[in-house]
Write a protein that binds this ligand. Sequence first.
Ligand SMILES: [Ca+2]
Length: 343
Amino acid sequence: MLQLVRWGLLALLIACWVVHPAFAAPLEGHWTFDQIGDTSATDSSGNTRDAALQNSAAMVAGGQLGGALSLSNASTDHARVTGYTGVAGNAERTISAWIRPADANPTARGVISWGTNSTGERYTVRLDNGNSGRLRAEFSGGARHDNVATPDLWDGNWHHIAVSMPTGANRNGHDLYIDGALVASNNSGNNVTINTNTDSDVLIGARTLAANTAELPFNGLIDDTAIFSQELTAGEIGGLYNLAVETELQYNAGQANELLTIHEDGMGSVEIDGLLWEFADGLNTGVGVVAGQDGEFALQLDPSGSGVVSSLAVVPEPASIAIWSLLGMGLVGFGYYRRRLRR
Ligand SMILES: [Ca+2]
């Protein structure tokens, strides 16, 4: 009996080691907008930064991944993350979102914004106005950073957008990505030091003017929006995009972040929808590219060849092992009891 208890405990320890959760992730907030019909968008980051839908904003079916936030610029619709004022000062950060503008009229449209209208103190990711659907990051005081060519974000399709900033960056230190590819880096021109203030809650679907005042509302659908307190690499942003568009995976930013965390830790594993993901080295599939099929995928995240791989191996949950162990112990104990009765 004692031997069996030991084996049960050993099985539990092994299971906990195999599927141990990754270390703390750098997700500040993550809104899937999958709560169709609700008036509050749940923050999936674990930080309980839910977003309250304003005016006629609604969560509807038909997003890039499940539901999406539907907004009209006629009524300054947006979602407000009450009590959360975003990444402040000059701290590193990355914004990731999926957008699908409703039409192509040249109206300025905020995707996500915090801070207020003083030079270098506002932090806004938006569409440019009148410039063929460019992506723009802007910081008030005439400082902005655009992609200057294709792709056109007003083509009627879903597009992934991302903006990354290292610690201590000025305007020129930003990288802009569309559909996982770098489209603008180190623009020259009107430069400012980034010093994002904490005067306003984070708004999704509009630009902040003064504290908690929305302007330049978005018109169309926004989905799977995330703020990271880390400057993600080109490989990681490529991974965010490719994990979402791979039809067998369709991972949101939170699920993708679990893989990024394993990679950064250089160890561990995570199970997502029946696939076991682990750290891997020696990959040559292309940085940010998801390659494979039938559940066996490789995602290279670094030029050195490191990344993550998945397998179909079924790993029992610790709870299942514990139940089976207890059941096994129970059966043995019952057999022991019956043998005693026979004596
Ligand atoms: Ca969604």
